[in-house]
Design a protein around this ligand. Structure first.
Ligand SMILES: *[C@@H]1O[C@H](CO)[C@@H](O)[C@H](O)[C@H]1NC(C)=O
Ligand SMILES: *[C@@H]1O[C@H](CO)[C@@H](O)[C@H](O)[C@H]1NC(C)=O
Ligand SMILES: *[C@@H]1O[C@H](CO)[C@@H](O)[C@H](O)[C@H]1NC(C)=O
Length: 391
């Protein structure tokens, strides 16, 4: 809110100084087959919507279309339809509240960082601004940070790839953290210091796992339940030391993927019960007695068919539930599971928030066509998912 006020003051100031700052920057359309599927930004120019507040008695609506409009602000006056008295009455009951929206965000993965690194510094700043700036961007307030490598990294790595290093003396962040993640996380923080970051590990170091493998079925060894909790605290320590506080840490990316036979992707499995046990007796108490007491735990971090049964043992366990603030949900199996499962989960555990922690449209293993000619359709998928998630 303060940022918004500062922006307003700056805007006013620039008007007074006659610097001619416009209220909005129009989209420079990028067309494929005559359809404007994206807007082009470069080092000196990027589109952004106007952020002024409608006058009393009127409202704004924003239009985005294939002809090239992007968040185009259009004004609508109440009760002004051709002078005749309106026959519809819109009643806003501000006492009736539904869910709170924590925010919107993106992920600071290696692959995002590699692509950002290919741009000139000015264009890169423009791109991050387009997401995280409250006025000249989408006002993102969330960011997900992979703890170690994801399945889209160029190599597998964790922060302790030294076999049997039970004291974690070799723990160290990777080159990827310094080159691809931290610099951009800090850019987002510069634009909005209240940005909340969610950390998620795809796997523990392989020597902590029963299978010792990166892919496929692999559980954490029970004798390393504490070591793994300590490992995650060290990640929080190191990120804090580098200027990035992590708001939430998940129990791990997609525990179910690991149960899929030969799943060819960095994974680590939990059962509903082992997840509850690890939180109650290891991760929860370790986090609570660390210097990261403010950091919350996010359970599940996997697709909708697992709700609510996968989190029930955690939330029914008095010693686990007190450490867990919410549930992370992925969108990949939404087509086989109704959104009602979110309501069901919320009704059963009303004090736990639900956050859509991962969605992406173009995993190459599914042979999706290249992003260039498909962008509009990808955008529609995100929009429909957000609408479904919110209602
Ligand atoms: C940047 O984009 C703007 C708007 O399309 C254009 O006028 C300007 O020439 C571009 N600058 C460069 C260096 O391409
Ligand atoms: C790690 O410990 C296991 C026994 O727990 C042993 O079999 C293995 O050789 C050790 N690996 C290394 C690299 O020391
Ligand atoms: C929770 O912890 C307390 C104290 O250690 C213990 O007595 C109780 O049995 C635990 N509850 C569960 C469900 O494990």
């Amino acid at each position: 809110m303060d940022v918004r006020r500062i922006c307003k003051i700056l805007l006013l100031f620039s008007f007074l100084c006659g610097e001619g700052e416009t209220q909005a920057n129009e989209c420079v359309a990028y067309r494929v087959d005559g359809e404007a599927i994206a807007c082009v930004c470069n080092a000196t120019y990027c589109d952004y919507p106007s952020d002024d507040v409608p006058k009393e008695g009127s409202s704004y609506w924003y239009a985005t279309d294939k002809q090239g409009q992007r968040m185009k602000q259009l004004e609508q006056k109440f009760g002004s339809c051709g002078g005749s008295p309106p026959d519809e009455t819109l009643t806003v009951d501000s006492n009736k509240k539904y869910q709170t929206i924590i925010g919107f965000g993106g992920a600071f993965t290696d692959s995002a960082g590699i692509n950002l690194g290919k741009l000139s510094p000015a264009t890169r700043d423009q791109l991050i601004r387009a997401y995280y700036d409250r006025k000249k961007g989408s006002g993102y307030t969330l960011g997900r940070i992979p703890i170690g490598a994801t399945d889209c990294s160029t190599r597998p790595y964790t922060y302790d790839d030294f076999a049997n290093d039970t004291s974690l003396e070799h723990f160290a962040l990777a080159k990827e953290d310094y080159d691809y993640k931290i610099p951009y996380l800090k850019k987002a923080l510069e634009l909005n210091s209240e940005t909340l970051f969610l950390g998620a590990a795809w796997t523990a170091p392989l020597w902590m796992k029963i299978s010792g493998n990166l892919n496929g079925l692999s559980f954490l060894r029970e004798d390393y339940y504490q070591t793994y909790a300590d490992y995650l605290i060290k990640f929080l320590d190191e990120y804090k030391r580098n200027g990035v506080n992590v708001w939430a840490i998940s129990t791990g990316n997609e525990p179910l993927s690991s149960l899929i036979f030969n799943y060819p992707s960095t994974t680590m499995a939990w059962t509903p019960r082992s997840m509850a046990d690890w939180i109650a007796n290891y991760m929860g108490p370790t986090l609570a007695s660390s210097s990261h007491k403010e950091t919350v735990i996010l359970a599940l971090d996997d697709s909708r068919p697992l709700l609510p049964w996968f989190v029930e043992p955690t939330f029914w366990n008095e010693n686990a539930t007190k450490y867990v603030a919410g549930i992370g949900v992925h969108w990949y199996l939404d087509f086989i599971t109704p959104a009602d499962l979110l309501d069901e989960t919320h009704d059963e555990f009303p004090n736990k928030f639900i956050i859509l922690s991962e969605s992406s449209t173009s995993p190459p293993i599914w042979g999706t066509p290249k992003i260039k000619t498909e962008s509009w359709r990808h955008g529609e998928k995100y929009i429909l998912s957000i609408i479904e998630f919110c209602f």
